[in-house]
Design a protein around this ligand. Structure first.
Ligand SMILES: NC(=O)c1ccc[n+]([C@@H]2O[C@H](COP(=O)([O-])OP(=O)(O)OC[C@H]3O[C@@H](n4cnc5c(N)ncnc54)[C@H](O)[C@@H]3O)[C@@H](O)[C@H]2O)c1
Length: 293
């Protein structure tokens, strides 16, 4: 039974994972590298829980109790007693591998080390530890409190027991876990990213404005939001990192990242979280104000 959950990275995903784990009654420790990032993550959790209370989906007492179950710290040593640690730091393999090595030395034997990676090999992350049987991919979707899916990715050495415990805890968090094998981009991003990349190329080649691309896909394909809005929500740095993993891992040029995406990331236009991507926002994480062309 998983009762104590650690989350590394208090960004868009880590804060969402802490949110759903705390609401499921888990005692949660959230770690990031700076106090400001922890405060920003906690602020997002408070705001999103307040929205759930306003909509009548959550009682104020349950919200207060869940918030009381979340502790924040910059010290990974706080994970010593955790049953499950979910890593949600940047989509950069050397950073994740180094972190998995440290988590392995800190966490008790048998504790599960999960990654929220969008595309990186779970098998390689597991190889950075001495407990590959306890390492697994637990791929939540954005925004975590709203999206039902958790893609569960077994590395080559992941044990049945680890997979069963992660599937059970995803269900406790109100999610629907679906298992798949450890291939670059798994299923979700192998299918999604080529479509987003094609939308980037359509803008890059001057086929249409970002607004027009989004509206065509929304109204024409009945998608809930356009591909460029979705890419801005995911984070353009994350989209680029995933495309690079698909390109190198599957060895097919159809996954080559659009040069416009590369240039926008170089400029720091990471999407909604930076206040600017294919669309513009009223500051980092703010509401959309107007489209770029
Ligand atoms: N954004 C999405 O839609 C989405 C969806 C599913 C999975 N993911 C994956 O989740 C992970 C995080 O993505 P995000 O969108 O939350 O990114 P983000 O940029 O919002 O947050 C990343 C956080 O990790 C922190 N961090 C970086 N290195 C760290 C370290 N060594 N120790 C502790 N904290 C560290 C950063 O300070 C930052 O707060 C990535 O692997 C990404 O691919 C993202």
């Amino acid at each position: 039974m998983i009762e104590r959950v650690g989350v590394v990275g208090a960004g868009q995903m880590g804060s969402g994972i802490a949110h759903v784990a705390a609401l499921a009654g888990k005692s949660v420790t959230l770690v990031d590298v700076e106090d400001a990032f922890l405060e920003r993550g906690l602020g997002a959790i408070r705001k999103n829980m307040a929205r759930q209370v306003e909509k009548g989906k959550l009682a104020a007492e349950a919200r207060d109790a869940a918030l009381g179950r979340i502790a924040t710290t910059k010290d990974l040593g706080a994970f010593a007693g955790a049953d499950l640690v979910v890593e949600a730091v940047v989509e950069h393999e050397p950073t994740k591998r180094e972190l998995f090595g440290r988590l392995d030395s800190i966490c008790r034997p048998g504790a599960i080390l999960a990654s929220n990676t969008s595309s990186i090999s779970v098998t390689r992350l597991a190889a950075a530890t001495k407990r590959p049987e306890n390492v697994i991919g637990m791929h939540f979707m954005n925004p975590v409190p709203v999206m039902a899916l958790v893609e569960v990715i077994r590395g080559i050495a992941t044990s049945d027991d680890t997979a069963a415990r992660v599937v059970a805890s995803a269900k406790e968090m109100g999610k629907t876990p679906v298992e798949c094998r450890d291939f670059p981009g798994f299923v979700s991003n192998r299918v999604l990213m080529p479509m987003l990349n094609e939308a980037f190329f359509a803008v890059h080649e001057g086929v249409a404005t970002p607004d027009a691309v989004d509206t065509i896909m929304k109204l024409g394909m009945n998608h809930p939001m356009g591909p460029l809005t979705l890419a801005d929500f995911i984070g353009l740095d994350t989209c680029l990192a995933i495309l690079r993993v698909l390109h190198s891992g599957l060895g097919d040029d159809k996954y080559r990242p659009c040069p416009l995406l590369v240039q926008m990331v170089d400029a720091g236009w990471m999407g909604k979280k930076a206040g600017r991507g294919f669309h513009r926002y009223a500051g980092p994480g703010g509401e959309r104000v107007a489209a770029t062309s």
